[in-house]
Design a protein around this ligand. Structure first.
Ligand code: CU
Length: 204
């Protein structure tokens, strides 16, 4: 009798520790790199009219220490490898945008690079199709991405090691899944312990 009474607080502490651990596990993905949530144009979209800005929105606030987008890049590249726009990005909260400058109708690639809330650089690319529905004067492309007179990144490195960070979205989701899985597991263990302790107390 004295033995089971002594064991109970330990079991409760153990269960509390497990639940607390799983809650911390759930909180962990929130401090991971930013990841792309939406964009304009969106990946794979056929754009028929230019938006007021080309925009990329991530899951949380971006880190624009310089105040003029140092470390950020938002490049628009056509199928022949020409780049459009001055590379001057505006960072606002969780989004970055550029003035929409583009050439002739055709397929385009967006190369983007951001500085995450945690200071890490994340970059990736996606494609879209430009098919203007009304008469349009194409802008002249440049052979290299522009960097807004040295203020912005200008050279998003899609094939560099930095590009690996672009896969933070799946890993953050995996972290969330693991966190939820851990939470369910912890609750199961806590329930088993409670049943065990209750069962023991009923014994004569
Ligand atoms: Cu990070």
């Amino acid at each position: 009798m004295a033995g089971s009474l002594r064991r109970r607080p330990i079991a409760v502490l153990f269960a509390v520790a497990l639940v607390a651990g799983s809650v911390l596990g759930l909180a962990a993905p929130a401090s991971a790199h930013n990841f792309l949530v939406s964009s304009d144009p969106s990946a794979g979209q056929t754009l028929t009219k230019l938006p007021s800005r080309f925009t990329i929105t991530t899951n949380e606030g971006l880190l624009d220490i310089s105040g003029h987008g140092a470390g950020f890049a938002f490049d628009i590249e056509d199928a022949s490898g020409k780049f459009y726009g001055d590379g001057c990005v505006t960072v606002t909260g969780s989004s970055m945008s550029i003035a929409p400058t583009i050439g002739q109708a055709g397929s385009y690639r967006v190369l983007w690079q951001i500085v995450s809330a945690d200071g890490h650089i994340v970059s990736n690319t996606f494609n879209f199709t430009w098919k203007p529905s009304t008469a349009f004067t194409p802008a002249a492309g440049a052979s290299h991405p522009q960097d807004c007179g040295g203020k912005s990144g200008g050279t998003a490195p899609p094939d560099s090691t930095l590009g690996q960070d672009a896969y933070s979205a799946p890993s953050a989701n995996l972290g969330l899944v693991l966190g939820i899985g851990g939470g369910i597991l912890a609750l199961g263990i806590a329930l088993a312990i409670v049943l065990l302790v209750t069962g023991r107390r009923k014994k004569p």
